[in-house]
Design a protein around this ligand. Sequence first.
Ligand SMILES: [Fe+2]
Ligand SMILES: [Fe+2]
Ligand SMILES: [Fe+2]
Ligand SMILES: [Fe+2]
Length: 439
Amino acid sequence: MTFNPLKEKGIPLEKQIRNWNQIAVKPYNKTTVDCYTRTRQILMNGIEVEAWGFKHQLNRFAFDNNDKELIAQISRIEDSQQATANWMTPKDQSVLETTLAYEQVAVDLTAWLAQNEPDDYIKETFDFGLLEDFDHLYRYSQFAYMTEGICPDSIVDNQTDVIIGRPTQFHHNDNGLRIRKHYDKKKTHPQTKVNILTLLSAEQQTHNFYAEHGFMYGSQSLRETYAEIKDVEEEHVTMYESLIDPSETMWEKFLIHEFCEVCNYYTCAEDEVDLRIKKIWELFYELELGHLKIAIDLFKKYEKRDPEEIIGSTVVIPSRFKSQKKYVQKVLEKETSKRLDTNGRYNVTDQLEQDWPSYKVQDKQNEINSPSENAVRLAVIQNDRDIVHCDEALKNKEIELLKSGLQKKSNANNTVFPDELDELIKKSNEEKLKKEKLI
Ligand SMILES: [Fe+2]
Ligand SMILES: [Fe+2]
Ligand SMILES: [Fe+2]
Ligand SMILES: [Fe+2]
């Protein structure tokens, strides 16, 4: 269905307050939930956190008290939507289980966006970030197994591969290199604006989740891994927000934020397989249309421009969750050696300057060791080899992938090098054969 969101009315703001029972809805069952219901729930929490935070920023810029009141009414609703989305998480879902789901969101969402992004440079940036979150899923899967005996497929449901990506120890960059070239707001497609804001919200929430939960385990290696990956998510927020045209006004941004929420709930409602949760997405879609209407009125009042110039006249689909194994493999086999370079460019490991600015950051941050490399070392001790879940053909490419991901300089002291990993895998296979013979 296509429709013009500028013409829809939705539920009026004065009718949007819900009671506590409607806000704190029943959690899903972690063992029976569809993995993409969970990714939608995580994403929409992130979208609402961003929507709420932005509205408070906007309110600090608004002079008119009537406008301030309207904005405050909307941020209160965003806040209640955030609680509903986030509190669908059941209390027995562990921090590590939720962490695996967060990285599944990042991988499958970024892959979807990259394939539906009209701007080639922004697509390239999405592909770049994709391989980093893909590697986070692999690193956390080692700890999920070691700490709680969890197989990653109990969360990702065989929909997302778990294998090495661009190694996390190399995701730490000089901040200047994370700044990418921004789009031109006069030329860019509304889809691009919504794509970036959707991903930015997801990355910001991933950062916040690790910041709020990374201390909840006793293992020092795991705590350090959360700290390490949280720092990468912080870089991801910087990277994706740098794609936005800085000349967008606050009223323009308000419009894009509400449009982004409309499009995401529209997609969620279309795709949701849990009928109880589908009803919530449908309701929230109607609430967002009510917010969009106010954003349109305020935009017209202050900017005297046509909102269609900013958000177009049709809905876009920013978050269709489905298995992206094929696409991710394609990027994986081409781009683990890719690195950020100055002035928004990309480069490959072989061609980096001797004084590439990120070497300095990596040398300092990984000076004792890289916790995410420890993840693999420790898993090998407990499990013969690292935890990898994908088909045999991809599994057989692991050493090759690792080789192309390494750098000439600044490999941490505890790096698991290809020869060593190869040795461990061979040993593990021999052991397996021996055991089979004994049986
Ligand atoms: Fe909202
Ligand atoms: Fe990540
Ligand atoms: Fe990320
Ligand atoms: Fe909203």
